[in-house]
Design a protein around this ligand. Structure first.
Ligand code: AMP
Ligand code: MG
Length: 224
């Protein structure tokens, strides 16, 4: 496969990238944190291509990126009021929230058997524009070979994934440079599954309640 490089500032190129996503191809694109490797989240073959391209362990669930809150209502069974507060402050931005999933909508091949779904709204004009044009929820882990550092520009994506994905949207370098903070809001107490640029203190200040540390347990909760 020849990996195309599409310019992120071109509206027609983004339209093409969106079309690729809708049709089940894999497309890497910039977000505020790192480059993501996207695929149609509700298309089994498309999601499988992410695992193949990255050499990603099959038990690791994927984060779904969205561009507006109505998409969240489609994916999450329950959005607690506390999570709403966090979204008001940190979305779009580098915070991923984990919710109980709508089991009839969110397939097991995305969540790898978990009853939860991880969702984020990235704060990046190219990512938001692409997601809007794609009109589907897009599963997107970091755009690197599994085990390698996250890519923060298109050149690094190409270094790892050239010939393995349909396209990369070149939108320059990512601002934050580290993966999102992941906070599990699906239980009685909020738990940080991965520390990113949003800190525990910031989360606690918004929530007005303590947050537990569960670093390293991302995707390791008890499966259904
Ligand atoms: P990456 O593959 O680098 O994009 O990281 C995605 C992270 O999100 C991994 O650590 C996953 O385990 C985590 N993740 C995705 N979905 C879920 C979920 N439903 N529950 C908990 N963690 C999740
Ligand atoms: Mg990663």
């Amino acid at each position: 496969m020849i990996t195309r490089i599409l310019p992120g500032q071109s509206d027609s190129a983004l339209q093409e990238a969106a079309e690729l996503l809708r049709c089940g191809a894999t497309v890497a694109f910039p977000t505020d944190t790192v480059y993501g490797l996207g695929a149609h989240a509700l298309n089994a073959e498309a999601v499988h291509k992410i695992y193949e391209a990255k050499g990603r362990p099959s038990d690791k669930p994927l984060i779904i990126l969205i561009c507006d809150k109505t998409q969240l209502d489609m994916l999450a069974a329950d959005v607690p009021e506390q999570a709403q507060k966090l979204m008001d402050v940190f979305w779009p931005g580098p915070l991923t929230l984990v919710f109980q999933k709508k089991a009839d909508v969110v397939p097991d091949y995305v969540t790898r058997g978990f009853e939860t779904v991880a969702v984020r709204m990235p704060n990046h004009p190219v990512a938001l524009n692409l997601l809007k044009k794609a009109e589907v929820p897009v599963a997107a882990p970091s755009a690197n070979l599994s085990g390698n550092p996250s890519a923060v520009n298109a050149e690094q994506v190409i270094k790892d994934l050239d010939g393995r994905i349909a396209a990369v949207v070149d939108g320059g370098s990512c601002q934050v440079g580290i993966a999102s903070t992941i906070l599990d809001m699906s239980g009685t107490v909020p738990v940080i599954l991965r520390q990113g640029s949003v800190t525990k203190a910031q989360l606690e200040a918004v929530l007005g309640q303590p947050v537990e540390d569960g670093f390293g347990s991302a995707g390791k909760q008890v499966k259904a």
